[in-house]
Design a protein around this ligand. Structure first.
Ligand code: FES
Ligand code: MG
Length: 576
């Protein structure tokens, strides 16, 4: 037997001389494992979202090999297994529809197998929350390892950012500032290496959340996918997870409330994606921590955005890593009393100890509180009669002049209605109008697609209009920007007041006052509600039916009602 401090979970599969142990070991030996790996050492599951259909995660099998080195070095036994991969760029109608499904795959794969500790290999947007959620419900010792961002995009000598420049160039084409040939040429230079989006989109945001939460190793956020130091981080994670199993450091010992409060503040400082709001609430609630939308406003409110990355700023993830990465940002937060320095980390030292001496090599990329990119960087949570359950806006990606605005609503009942109407030359719309999009929320789309940053009408783009207030129950890509109010709850399809807005209504947005108000009398709204016909969801079946019946609203994290909480990883009964 291995010289281990305890008997681990996996020994109830691999230990002993009975019929079942024979079976479990014997079949595994067809992979060429020597007998001694079944001697009671920690078995580490490497949960892999590798897929050629998820380009951002296509290199994760290589990363897994580096994790395995570390696990073997530390005396553990690594076993890699696949779970559903969620690729943002290809999956329709939206990868978000499948986040909870993937989380179920992860949870059940962990619990049903001889695993003592877990490495989560993540990258593309939804893969990170899906794996964290599933693993959290099992609560074994766990480390997340992100695949890392792509190298900076480059088009004719200029840096271009994943997603951000797609939005920008597409608007340029519509406004007549860019030719279609140039547009297609830019496509060749955007994705130059393995890795995830290299803007501060959702993937980079979630990789930063992993590091800020302490559930990943220092520098997890920013090391480019193809930098050899990413492989080293993977190897070190492999070493550490074996120790975490020996020390019985479960996920819930790392992901404490203070860790989430740290992550919310970090999100403000990096100008992170609005999608993180939904994902962190969902992860926290798997652990029984009642993280709320109000926590996002409370802890993020006064945090300036100091990272000058697209979509809010100028630079990209490669620059961020060379400038010192997330540790340098967290040090600034710590120095301003905005970090729980005693929060734990899978690396061993506390978060405070990890960031205390972190250097900043480039004050342009990682700025100071005194000269921030945006003074109030956190996600602002809006409420009012249009969003009783709340709505969010990302001030760092918005236009200052529009953050307090009263305008006439131009309403799109569905995304198809929007496509049909938006470039109609007769559409009665000007730059002061507020574009309202309905039925794109969790149940409405279904899956809450990233369509909230709906492009402006071509005729206004051609006049030089660059931004307008937009309101919806949808999400937007973390790579997108604009004065865009998202996640309006309850959503239109669930009977939220958004469903009652009509063309010509006046709407008031007041970000500083955290207010979103529909200037229509209560009596008129009641009359409209009486006429409102709820969607039937006709034709929705299979998994989508499960989704529509059980998904929670955006302010509750969009998890399924029956997945909240921990179910731990007890040892299931025998299969034979
Ligand atoms: Fe996968 Fe952006 S599309 S990370
Ligand atoms: Mg995205």
């Amino acid at each position: 037997m291995a010289d281990e401090p305890r008997k681990y979970r996996s020994t109830s599969w691999f230990g002993g001389a009975g019929k079942n142990a024979f079976m479990h070991r014997s079949w595994m030996k067809n992979e060429g494992h020597p007998p001694d790996v079944f001697d009671g050492r920690p078995v580490i599951g490497i949960c892999n979202t590798w897929s050629e259909l998820t380009p951002c995660n296509a290199h994760l099998r290589t990363i897994a090999e580096h994790v395995k080195r570390g696990v073997y070095e530390a005396g553990g036994f690594p076993l890699e297994f696949p779970v559903m991969s969620l690729g943002e760029s290809n999956m329709r109608p939206t990868a978000m529809l499948f986040r909870n499904l993937a989380s179920m795959d992860v949870e059940e794969s962990i619990r049903s197998n001889p695993i003592d500790g877990v490495i989560l290999l993540v990258g593309c947007d939804k893969t990170t929350p899906a794996l964290l959620m599933g693993a959290a419900s099992c609560d074994l010792p766990t480390i997340a390892v992100s695949g890392g961002p792509m190298l900076n995009g480059n088009f004719r000598g200029k840096a271009i950012g994943s997603g951000t420049h797609v939005w920008k160039f597409y608007e340029d084409v519509k406004a007549g500032r860019m030719s279609v040939d140039d547009f297609l040429a830019a496509e060749q230079g955007q994705s130059r290496s393995a890795g995830s989006c290299m803007t501060m989109g959702t993937a980079s945001t979630m990789a930063s959340m992993v590091e800020a939460l302490g559930i990943g190793m220092p520098d997890n956020a920013a090391i480019p996918a193809v930098d050899s130091r990413r492989a080293i981080l993977a190897q070190e994670s492999g070493r550490r997870i074996v120790q975490l199993v020996r020390d019985d450091v479960k996920m819930s010992k790392i992901l404490v409330r203070e860790a989430f409060e740290n992550a919310i503040r970090v999100n403000g400082a990096i100008g992170g994606s609005t999608n993180a709001v939904i994902h962190l609430i969902a992860v926290a609630r798997r652990l029984g921590i009642d993280l709320s939308l109000d926590d996002w406003d409370k802890f993020g409110r006064d945090v300036p955005t100091i990272v000058d990355l697209m979509p809010s700023g100028r630079y990209l993830m490669e620059d961020f890593y060379y400038a010192g990465g997330l540790r340098a940002v967290m040090r600034v937060l710590d120095e301003h009393g905005l970090l729980h320095g005693n929060a734990p980390s899978v690396a061993g030292p506390t978060i405070g100890e990890i960031v205390v001496d972190a250097p900043n090599y480039n004050g342009e990329v990682i700025r100071s509180f005194e000269e921030p990119l945006t003074p109030q960087g956190g996600i602002a949570v809006l409420r009012g009669n249009l969003a009783p359950g709340g709505a969010v806006i990302k001030p760092s990606a918005a236009t200052e002049a529009l953050m307090q605005h009263r305008g006439r609503a131009v309403v799109f009942e569905t995304i198809e209605h929007y496509y049909k109407r938006i470039d109609d030359p007769d559409l009665d719309i000007d730059a002061s109008c507020i574009m309202v999009l309905k039925n794109c929320g969790p149940k409405g789309y279904p899956g809450m697609a990233e369509v909230g940053n709906m492009p402006l009408p071509a005729k206004l783009l051609q006049q030089g209009v660059t931004d307008m207030v937009r309101i919806s129950d949808a999400r937007m890509s973390g790579t997108a920007y604009g004065t865009v109010v998202l996640h309006t709850a309850p959503e239109a399809a669930a009977g939220g007041p958004l469903a009652l807005v009509r063309d010509g209504d006046m709407i008031e947005l007041d970000v500083a006052g955290r207010r979103l108000h529909l200037d229509v009398s209560d009596a008129e709204l009641e009359a409209r509600r009486a006429e409102w016909v709820p969607p039937t969801h006709d034709g929705i079946n299979g998994y989508q039916k499960l989704f529509v019946d059980h998904v929670l609203q955006a302010d509750e994290g969009c998890d399924f009602d029956f997945l909240l909480g921990k179910r731990e990883a007890g040892i299931p009964r025998h299969s034979h």
